[in-house]
Design a protein around this ligand. Structure first.
Ligand SMILES: [Zn+2]
Ligand SMILES: [Zn+2]
Length: 255
């Protein structure tokens, strides 16, 4: 049975800026077992190296996590909106860490969405699979010492999935998307969003193009499930919940 939330107050409006006004007094019964409710607090332009977007900042009633939607084109009330869910990874996204491939996943997704007439990337603030940056670095440190990798992996593997998808589903509903095409290699993500009443009409494979710098990393990750060891003996973690699909060198970029 669908757990579609109370959508009555998430009415369609004409511009993203109007979402802020619409949501001023928004307070629904919430999504999922934690009754997560979010509202649009602020909207602004965001030109990036990947394309010109608008940034939509959400308040949520459960914790201090400030989730964000990066929006390209006119998505309000639209069907078939290309959508990507990305989990925050400070070390990968911002610092270019090679312990994971989050930055590649983010860049490829934003490039893809910028090519579409309209699309959305939800940037979900669940660093280190929801355990936070501090615990993620602790887990890295344990792995560096070659000790307690089981505990380290358990720590990094912990994740409250249901809440993640509930937040994402409410954000998509707040943006009044009528249906989405989800950019993911993970069919479970599609099912989870559908549970919360989001119409997912298509799944688009999220294909990372290999280059000379990341080919070994990406191909190794794609060829093995879960964790793997690189040539320095350091274990890597799958922080994004999508298995990697790697395009052949000089291949297309997953159009
Ligand atoms: Zn709500
Ligand atoms: Zn990462």
């Amino acid at each position: 049975m669908s757990e579609a939330p109370c959508l009555k107050t998430l009415t369609e409006v004409s511009t993203l800026d109007h979402l802020v006004i619409r949501d001023r007094d928004h307070d629904c019964e919430g999504f999922g077992k934690h009754h997560v409710c979010v509202k649009v607090e602020a909207v602004a332009d965001l030109p990036t190296r990947f394309g010109h977007f608008r940034i939509v900042a959400f308040y949520n009633n459960r914790d201090a996590k400030e989730h964000i939607a990066i929006v390209h084109g006119d998505v309000l009330g639209r069907e078939n909106v290309v959508t990507r869910l990305h989990s925050e990874c400070l070390t990968g996204d911002a610092l270019g860490s090679l312990r994971c491939d989050c930055r590649d996943q983010l860049g490829v997704a934003l490039t893809r969405i910028a090519r579409e007439p309209c699309g959305v990337l939800l940037y979900l603030r669940q660093e280190g699979r929801g355990i936070g940056l501090l615990n993620k670095v602790r887990a890295y440190a344990l792995q560096d010492r070659g000790l307690d990798t089981v505990d380290a992996n358990l720590a990094l593997g912990f994740r409250d999935d249901e809440r993640d998808y509930a937040v994402a589903a409410h954000m998509l509903a707040s943006l009044t998307l009528r249906s989405i095409r989800l950019l993911t290699n993970n069919p479970r993500k599609v099912e989870e969003l559908q549970r919360y009443g989001i119409r997912v009409v298509d799944r688009i494979p999220h294909v990372i193009p290999a280059n000379d710098y990341n080919r070994f990393y990406l191909e190794t990750k794609a060829n093995r499930s879960g964790h793997f060891i690189d040539f320095e003996g350091k274990p890597h973690d799958t922080e994004q919940d999508d298995p990697v699909v790697v395009a052949p060198a000089n291949g297309d970029l997953g159009r």
